[in-house]
Design a protein around this ligand. Sequence first.
Ligand code: ZN
Length: 242
Amino acid sequence: MRYGVISDIHANLEALEAVFDELQKAKVDEIICLGDIVGYGPDPEKCVELVRKHCKFSLAGNHDHALLGLIDTRFFNQYAKKSVEWTKVQLSKTSTEYLHSLPLIEKIENFTIVHASPARPETWNYILSIDDAADNFTYIQGVCCFVGHSHVPIILERNNDNKVVIKRENNLELDQDKQYIINIGSVGQPRDLDPRAAYAIFNSEVYRFDLQRVRYDMSKTQKKIIERGLPAYLAERLSSGQ
Ligand code: ZN
């Protein structure tokens, strides 16, 4: 099977549509979403509708849970908090129920998917380094775990001696004797200084991973952020990819 893998859409419709177009052209068999469909961006309802329609598997992220009142937003930054409040009144009952129905972690074929970390999905820990990754590998079923949450793509590989290394490649043939935690970056709010939407394609038969980027009509998204009264910073950060 060839899977399209997406994460952290953050209500950015233009980025999501551009990614779905690319995945359609690439003729993937199924699309998987790792969560944070909403929050920050101006089109939460349309993005939830599209994910429902196109994604065979979908997970909940911390922003989805914040919106549902399932987590405390005390530690959210001011922009995230404001967008959670704004998003709450934008979503239809159907979309809210859909977000409620999403699991935190899932095993598919020979890999695992989770929004934040496989060890403790509900604590929303970030995996940004070799140290962060270390105790997470034991919780992975299969050869790899796809994660989102940090909006920064990274591949962490654990070899047979339990040593974890960072791989810089965007394209990788996974070694079935090793294990991987792979952050696929963000569709709607990349933070690795590359403002293009990020997504991945994984071929589960030959263990081939490809990270992809695509440009989208960012100025349209930015205009909507301002028009809808969301913080201007949320529009600005899209340009710099951080
Ligand atoms: Zn996110």
